[in-house]
Design a protein around this ligand. Structure first.
Ligand code: Z5A
Ligand code: MG
Length: 217
């Protein structure tokens, strides 16, 4: 059952732990929405193509060092540099699908366990960004993620860090239940795809019924 595209587009975010299948599912979702005749933009954070994104990429690869607060603000700036484009697309009736967004921003920085770099501190620079209409949280066990290639060589791909990320994400999901749909990402890609479509269809309906685009508060 296709929901007619309303005046505004819908802001859809996919979040989750490492190797949960976010990028795989974002690609499928974009295709599925296009098949329904909808116009869709596909974004990912970090967007490693911009000047700020290049600094982030070099940091993640261990090619440069940055203070933990400084890299946090760069991740946030990487979102702010396209925030007005996101808003314009939504206002023009285009859906925006985003692979990681401000939730990753808050969680990964706070998981570093640096004095002062709390969830609260990490959340401030995100205030005012376009808020997602729905956040699909792909949940996966450490064992299952391990079967998908395990950790790579990037900065945050360490067991201790990933365990703290898991705990913090759990708290964030609990505290923002109106935004989240939790999906068992340990299933096959097709099963996950179908769960996502179910959540997204309900969200498209809410937007079509007049739900307005909110800001991060
Ligand atoms: N970070 C941050 O600190 N602050 C921020 O503000 C933001 C990010 C935005 C890089 O992110 C790092 O930046 C990340 C968070 C931090 N740190 N870590 N660690 P990234 O998004 O560029 O990282 P990534 O490498 O693209 O994401 P990922 O999480 O590792 O992967 P994924 O996108 O979730 O999974 P995937 O690439 O779709 O799939 C992984 C593999 O599993 C692949 O071989 C697939 O074919 C396979 N796969 C996918 N689905 C399935 C199913 N259902 N079954 C079996 N196998 C599957
Ligand atoms: Mg990915």
């Amino acid at each position: 059952s296709d929901v007619p595209q309303s005046v505004r587009g819908t802001l859809i975010v996919v979040e989750g732990l490492d190797k949960a299948g976010k990028s795989t599912q974002c690609a499928r979702l974009v295709e599925n929405l296009q098949k329904r005749g909808r116009k869709v933009h596909h974004l990912r954070f970090p967007d490693r193509t911009t000047p700020i994104g290049k600094m982030i990429n070099s940091y993640l690869k261990g090619e440069s060092q940055l203070d933990d607060h400084a890299i946090h603000l760069l991740f946030s700036a990487n979102r702010w540099e396209v925030a007005s484009n996101v808003r314009s697309a939504i206002n023009a009736g285009i859906d925006v699908v985003i692979d990681r967004y401000y939730y990753s921003g808050v969680v990964y920085s706070a998981a570093k366990d640096i004095p002062n770099l709390t969830v609260e501190w990490a959340s401030w620079p995100e205030i005012g960004l376009p808020r997602c209409d729905i956040c699909l949280f792909l949940s996966i066990s450490t064992e299952e993620a391990g079967k998908r290639g395990g950790y790579g060589s990037e900065k945050y791909e360490l067991r201790e860090m990933q365990d703290r990320v898991r705990t913090l994400f759990g708290e964030l999901v609990n505290n923002n239940q109106e935004d989240f749909v939790v999906i068992d990402a340990g299933k096959t890609a097709e099963e996950v795809e179908n769960c996502i479509l179910e959540g997204v269809s309900a969200c498209l309906q809410r937007v079509s019924d007049g739900a307005t685009l909110r800001e991060v508060t």
